[in-house]
Design a protein around this ligand. Structure first.
Ligand code: FAD
Length: 125
């Protein structure tokens, strides 16, 4: 019988915790002196950080939240679109599954938000 190939190193919680802390400390030590400090890792902070880093500057971004929770809206979905012109709503209302609410507003309904939007935009040219 062939010997079992070892996939994981035999380490426990202690070694893993030390490795996480060491890596964080190494990065923090290096970035304690930076050219630019950005407080907040939202879209503005991240974009700004990327732009400044592209210019060759050392950037540190600090964010108070340590987890990411995507915003979720439960299905079924209802999208209402109000156009600037009645002509656009008239054109959209010709697509099957699209309801016309008034001269400038249409409505789409469905259970899959991305599919609903993809279907509409592929037919509304
Ligand atoms: C429910 C909801 C749904 C949305 N949906 C959409 C959408 O579908 N499409 C769209 O384009 N926009 C959407 N928006 C708007 C979008 O989220 C904002 O326009 C965008 O996040 C603004 O980016 P920002 O970087 O300016 O601010 P924020 O995203 O608010 O980022 C600021 C960051 O700074 C951090 N921060 C604040 N104070 C400190 C501190 N003292 N130390 C460390 N960190 C700190 C915060 O934790 C946060 O992460 C939505 C907004 C909400 C509330």
């Amino acid at each position: 019988m062939p010997a079992k190939k070892k996939i994981f190193a035999s380490v426990g919680e202690t070694e893993i915790t030390r490795a996480i802390v060491d890596e964080f400390t190494k990065q923090f030590h290096e970035y304690v002196e930076s050219d630019c400090l950005i407080v907040g890792g939202g879209p503005s902070g991240l974009m700004l950080g990327a732009e400044v880093a592209k210019k060759g500057k050392k950037v540190l971004i600090v964010e108070r939240i340590d987890r990411f929770t995507p915003y979720k809206v439960p299905s079924p979905y209802e999208i209402k679109l109000e156009f600037y012109e009645a002509g656009s709503a008239e054109k959209a209302a010709k697509i099957s599954g699209v309801n016309r609410l008034d001269d400038r507003t249409i409505q789409l309904n469905g259970d899959d938000l991305s599919l609903l939007w993809k279907r509409f935009t592929s037919k509304y040219q």
